[in-house]
Design a protein around this ligand. Structure first.
Ligand SMILES: [Zn+2]
Ligand SMILES: [Zn+2]
Length: 301
C-alpha cells in the first residue's frame, strides 16, 4: 500500500483528487529517534489536515514534503487545519514548533486548532512562553506578519466538530488515563473513511464509530512486552491502552480494508527480546486475518 518514492516523484505538483494518509510520527512518550511523537497528515484533494502534533512534527512534515507530499508546503506552511485527540505531551509537545517554525519560514495565515477542553489555555501558555521570540520577530528585523502566528482554537465535544468541502470529522470519547476529554476521530473524505483510535483501552464508542471504515489507525501493545513489565505497568496498560489480542478482536468486528498499527509500546533496551514490532504484528495476525501493517514515520497510504 505504501506509495513508493518513485511514484511520489512522478506525481504531478497539481492537487490530485485523492485522499492520502501520511504518517509523520508513530511513536510514544519514549524518545525513540526513529519514531517521532504521534502526528498524521491526511491530504484530501491537495489540502492537508494534521492530526496530533507530537515532538518532531515539523521536521517530519518537511521530510514528507521533500518526499513528494507537496500539499504540506515548504517549511510546512500549509499545516493550518489541525485536530488533536488529547492533550498528553507525546501528542502535543510539538505545539510551539507547529505554531512558530512555519511562521518564521513564511506562513502568513492563522492556524485553526480543534481539540479537547484545555486546548485554549495550552495555546495561550505556549504563546506567552515564547513571547520574547514572538515580539522580536514581529517588531525586530524580521517584521513578520502577526496573522502568521495567530491561532484560532476550538474546544470540541463528542460529535461532528469539523466539516468542509473535503472532510467531515467526528470526535468520539475514548477510555484513556482517566482523562475527561480524550477522543478518537472518524474522518470521512470523498474517497475514504479513516478512523483514528487516539490513545485508548478497548471501548464501545470506537466500534460504534467505525462502521464502513476503510482504514483503521489504532494504537497497540504486544502481549510479549506486557508480560515483561511490572504488575503496576501491566495494570496501567490494561486500563489505558489496547493489547494485540483486544485489537485483533476489535478488527474482526470492524473489518477495515487496512489496519495500521501505531503508537506501539516499546520497552527498554535492557529487556532483550525479538523485535517488538514483528512480535506485535504476529500476535495480531494470529487472530486477525485481514490486511494489517505497522506504521512507520513517513509511510504514505
Ligand atoms: Zn500517546
Ligand atoms: Zn495519551
Amino acid at each position: 500500500m505504501t506509495i513508493s518514492d518513485a511514484d511520489q516523484q512522478a506525481g504531478s505538483p497539481e492537487p490530485s483528487l485523492t485522499t492520502q494518509i501520511v504518517m509523520l510520527g508513530t511513536g510514544t512518550p519514549r524518545p525513540d529517534p526513529d519514531r517521532s511523537g504521534p502526528a498524521t497528515v491526511i491530504v484530501v484533494n491537495g489540502m492537508p489536515y494534521l492530526i496530533d502534533f507530537g515532538p518532531g512534527v515539523i521536521r517530519r512534515a518537511v521530510a514528507a514534503y521533500n518526499k513528494g507530499v507537496l500539499a504540506i508546503g515548504p517549511a510546512a506552511v500549509n499545516l493550518r487545519t489541525v485536530f488533536v485527540t488529547h492533550l498528553h505531551a507525546d501528542h502535543t509537545a510539538g505545539y510551539p514548533d507547529l505554531l512558530l517554525t512555519p511562521w518564521i519560514l513564511g506562513r502568513k495565515d492563522p492556524v485553526s486548532v480543534y481539540g479537547p477542553k484545555g486546548l485554549s489555555d495550552m495555546t495561550q501558555y505556549v504563546l506567552n512562553a515564547w513571547k520574547v521570540d514572538i515580539d522580536s520577530r514581529l517588531n525586530g528585523i524580521d517584521r513578520l506578519p502577526a496573522s502568521g502566528c495567530a491561532v484560532h482554537t476550538h474546544e470540541i465535544e463528542a460529535g461532528i466538530f469539523y466539516r468542509d468541502g473535503n472532510i467531515k470529522v467526528t470526535a468520539f470519547p475514548v477510555r484513556h488515563a482517566g482523562l475527561e476529554n480524550a477522543f478518537g476521530f472518524r474522518v470521512e473524505t470523498p474517497h475514504k473513511t479513516i478512523v483514528f483510535s487516539g490513545d485508548t483501552a478497548p471501548t464501545q464508542s470506537l466500534l460504534d464509530n467505525s462502521h464502513g471504515c476503510d482504514v483503521l489507525i489504532h494504537e497497540a501493545y504486544s502481549q510479549a512486552t506486557y508480560d515483561k513489565v511490572a504488575p503496576k505497568w501491566q495494570a496501567y496498560r490494561r486500563e489505558n491502552h489496547t493489547s494485540s489480542t483486544e485489537l485483533a478482536e476489535l478488527a474482526n468486528r470492524v473489518r477495515p480494508e487496512l489496519l495500521i498499527l501505531t503508537h506501539r509500546v516499546n520497552i527498554g533496551a535492557a529487556m532483550a527480546m525479538p523485535d517488538p514490532e514483528d512480535v506485535l504484528l504476529d500476535e495480531v495476525r494470529r487472530l486477525y486475518k485481514g490486511n494489517v501493517v505497522t506504521g512507520h514515520d513517513l509511510d504514505i497510504f
